[in-house]
Design a protein around this ligand. Structure first.
Ligand SMILES: [Cu+2]
Length: 123
């Protein structure tokens, strides 16, 4: 019985060590492939539209843009980035993060019906 327990403990130790090694390797591979560089921006949606309405971003760097809608308008309740196939609901007064990696160029973003307009300038 005692011998059996010792064997089980040894097995658990080996499995644990293997899992730890695999986890470390995965984390390293991911960091090398996908550097943790991120750019952020904040946009408020008011009765006048997006503030600011032009965002300057760096190309090929993951962007996290936080939208907060402060106007009670059905029209503003969605934001769309057609070039990046992003469409997000914007609940009133609740920050929503839109995430994508921009390419160089100028792109528009709009409300669900295309009435509010904003611009991304990516260099
Ligand atoms: Cu609209």
């Amino acid at each position: 019985m005692r011998k059996h327990l010792t064997l089980m403990a040894a097995c658990a130790a080996i499995i644990g060590a293997a899992a730890f090694t695999a986890g470390t390797l995965n984390a390293e591979a991911k960091a090398a492939k996908d550097p943790p560089k991120v750019q952020t921006a904040q946009v408020t949606v008011t009765a006048d539209g997006y503030e600011p309405s032009t965002l300057n971003l760096k190309k090929d760097v993951r962007a996290k843009i936080t939208f907060t809608r402060k106007v009670d308008s059905e029209c503003a309740s969605e934001v769309v980035f057609p070039d990046y196939k992003v469409r997000k609901k914007l609940p009133l007064n609740k920050p929503v993060v839109v995430e994508f990696t921009p390419k160089a160029g100028t792109f528009k973003f709009t409300c669900g019906m295309g009435m509010y307009k904003g611009k991304l300038v990516v260099k």
